[in-house]
Design a protein around this ligand. Sequence first.
Ligand code: CAA
Ligand code: NAP
Length: 240
Amino acid sequence: MARVALVTGGTRGIGASISAALKAAGYSVASTYGGNDEAAAKFTAETGIGTYKWSVADYDACVDGIARVEADLGPIDVLVNNAGITRDAPFHKMSREQWQEVMDTNLSGVFNMTHPLWPGMRERNFGRVITISSINGQKGQFGQVNYSASKAGDIGFTKALAQEGARHGITVNAICPGYIATEMVMAVPEKVRDSIIASIPVGRLGEPEEIARAVVFLASDDAGFVTGSTMTINGGQYLT
Ligand code: CAA
Ligand code: NAP
């Protein structure tokens, strides 16, 4: 039986590449999204992967959504916490809403998805939890106090939970991508984006597939001894 993988925010950008790469590696894949039905329909037409719509920021919706996925595909072995948003603003202009939306999605969303799946992974003595953090959770970024805090939180979450999963065959890892060519980065003003690219030693943005390949490795049996790690994939922009 194929292992089952769920990718949050799996219909666009990095998540779409992760979903496709996991399918190509033999997993049964479910991809979730938050609201963009058109992108989700296009993704299913192109990949044949089924999609499910709910907000990772809503705990009860996560419980219900996970139950739907498990009824369709079976118990989830691999969780990829990829859904994330930006609400950039310098701190003196940042609203409480901008802070809260980012924390609810990028940090509480990871709790909301992992917590309901954890008992089943413990019972089955196998699981993979892979969370897409960010270079900006490692180094901080002007205009992203909310986002940087949420992504740094994802790293702490990973390091703590890895210690609890280790004896139950569950690995918990984070990936910190640098700037990757998706709509999220294209939303950054062009002048700012150009200066960011100029600061990347390899001289270009990353490609979503370059993150997806790392996820496939972390999900595999070969990665059974890798847990609590923070994998940095950023073209040399920030050396940890
Ligand atoms: N360092 C120092 N100063 C900076 C700066 C920086 N990186 N960026 C802007 N400033 C300065 C400006 O030069 C300006 O200075 P003056 O007042 O002297 O002119 C001042 O800060 C305020 O700038 P603005 O009035 O232009 O501020 P704004 O309200 O328009 O907001 C911003 C600016 C939203 C922060 C904008 O600069 C921006 O979008 N920056 C990019 C932030 C970023 O990197 N986001 C990443 C998105 S992708 C992602 O998050 C994925 C991932 O994980 C990598
Ligand atoms: P993206 O292109 O904007 O796609 C985001 C995906 O997340 C979409 O599928 C979106 O669904 C989904 N999503 C957003 N909020 C959600 C919610 N509340 N509930 C469920 N799904 C939600 O983003 P990306 O650039 O691929 O980024 C993916 C992840 O990588 C994010 O966590 C991001 O922070 C992180 N990251 C990105 C970069 C980068 O440079 N791009 C770098 C480092 C880390 P809809 O389609 O319905 O909106």
